[in-house]
Design a protein. Structure first.
Length: 139
């Protein structure tokens, strides 16, 4: 991404470690699909073993309470943040066994009823900081 761009992941701080890892992995894969150009080329070690490319810039993982994550997600629907990309992962997604089930359940779920386990937010650095600048790193 460019110098004025930023990408962060925000996860619900009370989740068990396994769900945090799963949430981050799923959102990271979705981010890679949306922006395949952010994944670097494969590299080779001294023994000529291939290592697949990884993202070319850091993505800090921040923590927040569920109500704060929900607030941030709602702000991302506003016109001022229309150019900011958001990958979200909700309780609905986490509770589905197939993608078809996820599609069906989402069609029946009102936005206000979603509980977010995490968000991956990428866009203008000032806008991303406005939404997440006061959140602590996940530790």
């Amino acid at each position: 991404m460019l110098e004025n761009e930023k990408c962060v992941i925000v996860v619900e701080k009370s989740l068990p470690l396994g769900l945090i890892a799963n949430t981050c992995a799923i959102m990271g894969i979705s981010l890679g699909k949306k922006f395949p150009q952010i994944v670097g080329e494969s590299v080779f070690d001294k023994n000529s073993n291939e290592h697949l490319g990884i993202i070319e810039f850091p993505v800090p993982i921040l923590q927040a309470a569920s109500d704060r994550i929900k607030f941030i997600r709602s702000k991302l629907y506003e016109e001022d943040f229309g150019d900011v990309v958001c990958v979200d992962f909700s309780d609905v997604a986490q509770g589905c066994k197939t993608y078809a089930e996820f599609i069906g359940r989402m069609k029946l779920t009102e936005a206000e009823k979603l509980e977010y386990l995490g968000l991956c937010i990428c866009g203008d650095k000032k806008k991303v900081n406005k939404l997440t600048g006061n959140l602590p790193l996940l530790r």
